[in-house]
Design a protein around this ligand. Structure first.
Ligand code: GDP
Length: 442
């Protein structure tokens, strides 16, 4: 889970702080020393850590904090605020021209950073905002990069412009722009070639593209899991090319968080988006406040709500709510809910966004395979059984178990779990004061 290690350490430090009724200046200093260690171990840039801890300390040892009723909480609040500042404070959007004009975006980065995938992810985002993007395949060196862009473009329903690998990238880019002008595209996203390391040839090629056509946004894609290397790469690209922003990929697998916490402070350039998985929908707008909240283990309810809104069909949601209140929920609904959760990303990640859950989940490995066997069991039921779970007698259960390739105990467990959820729903709807009064239920 993203930031898991750092988050755990910080939460332990905070637990000690909160546990003390009164805090002395020495208590705060000791805690901040621990915060400093945790950040350094998370591979946050040394200078960034130093100035971060100094700012927190300056604010946290003041009398109004130490003599307050909840000094521990106050210190945590200050850490949170300073972390939001570190991450950039405001959300920065990619700067686009009005729809009537063409915005040219040049994507750059080292090989393997996730550039080609992110290019397609970004196109999907822009398309959903009503833009008409054209992807341009200028990564002519990495075998398969062109195919990969074409396949991903197709998945996103976005056109891809390619001239194979025999032309110079700058010429492909120019031709693509002409094509965009003629065919009414309003965003041109150029997938450039990366190299394993920064080298002159790559930079020259990028500069040539930048100088030959008007590039409105230069976006650097870096791999969060490479920690300080990602920060150094960002610094160098910014020096040579002047970047407008960074997209940080693979944050889903980054347990430390060093790159996320340092890039903005070191380069002065904002993080625009975060890559949170391999799927083309796994690209999140970067919100400094939500990110700080996740790092500090306070959860990220807002992102959870955004995800739900993006995936849920409103009519279906209303229908589900009605069933929920009336406790008419059956196995068909159960199946549908499971599929929604899958679409929203893994269960582990989703639960990690709930306040306090990240930590509690540390030792709980949610077995996503168990979900598949649940699905298999439900698929082995007849339509009638799914709609009327009450008719599930032992012989039906036996047949279902055989069909799903599981033991009859697993079928029993699922039915039991289902009944419990239903019972909980009744209680919930009672508490919510919904129309379905308790008395109405059997
Ligand atoms: P490029 O060489 O920079 O174009 O890199 P690719 O787009 O081919 O990506 C390299 C690998 O990283 C692929 O396996 C991608 O699926 C994977 N990848 C890209 N972004 C993410 C992300 O946000 N999370 C995870 N887990 N994997 C990613």
């Amino acid at each position: 889970m993203a930031f898991e290690n750092l988050s755990d350490k910080l939460q332990n430090i905070f637990k000690n702080l909160k546990g003390k009724g009164r805090l002395s200046e020495a208590d705060v200093k000791t805690a901040l020393k621990e915060v400093k260690m945790a950040l350094l171990e998370a591979d946050v840039n040394f200078k960034v850590v130093k100035s971060f801890v100094a700012s927190v300390q300056e604010r946290a040892v003041g009398q109004d904090v130490l003599t307050s009723l909840t000094p521990g909480q106050m210190v945590i609040k200050i850490v949170n605020e300073e972390m939001v500042k570190l991450l950039g404070e405001q959300t920065v959007e990619l700067s686009l021209k009005p729809s009537g004009e063409i915005t040219v975006i040049m994507m750059c980065g080292l090989q393997g950073a996730g550039k080609t995938t992110t290019t397609a992810k970004l196109a999907g985002k822009l398309k959903s905002k009503g833009r008409k993007p054209l992807l341009v395949a200028c990564d002519i060196y990495r075998p398969a990069a062109i195919d990969q862009l074409q396949i991903n473009g197709e998945k996103q329903g976005v056109s891809v412009f390619s001239m194979g690998d025999k032309h110079k990238p700058v010429n492909i880019a120019k031709a693509a722009l002409e094509h965009a002008e003629k065919n009414g595209y309003n965003v041109v996203i150029i997938d450039t070639a990366g190299r394993l390391h920064i080298d002159e040839a790559m930079m020259d090629e990028l500069k040539e593209i930048k100088n030959s056509l008007t590039v409105h946004q230069t976006v650097l894609v870096v791999d969060a899991m490479t920690g300080q290397d990602a920060v150094n790469v960002s610094e160098m690209f910014n020096e040579k090319l002047t970047i407008d922003g960074v997209i940080l990929t693979k944050l889903d697998g980054d347990t430390r968080g060093g790159a996320a916490l340092s890039i903005r402070a070191v380069t002065g350039r904002p993080i625009l988006y975060a890559g949170m998985g391999e799927k083309l929908s796994d690209l999140e707008q970067f919100y400094p406040d939500r990110m700080a909240s996740r790092i500090l283990g306070m959860g990220d309810i807002l992102t959870l709500i955004d995800k739900a809104q993006a995936e849920f069909d409103e009519t279906k949601a209303k229908e589900m709510e009605r069933k929920f209140k009336k406790a008419e929920f059956d196995f068909n609904d159960f199946l549908e809910q499971m599929q929604q959760v899958k679409k929203m990303g893994g269960l582990n990640d989703l639960l990690g966004m709930l306040p306090g859950m990240g930590k509690q989940l540390k030792d709980v490995e949610i077995d996503e395979n168990a979900l598949s066997s649940t699905e298999a069991i439900i698929y082995s039921m007849t339509k009638k059984e799914r709609a009327n779970p009450d008719i599930l007698n032992p012989s039906r259960k036996k047949r279902i178990a055989a069909g799903a390739g599981v033991s009859i105990n697993e079928v029993n467990a699922l039915v039991k779990q289902f009944e419990q959820s239903k019972k909980m729903m009744k209680q919930f709807s009672g508490m919510m004061g919904g129309k379905g009064k308790r008395g109405k239920f059997k």
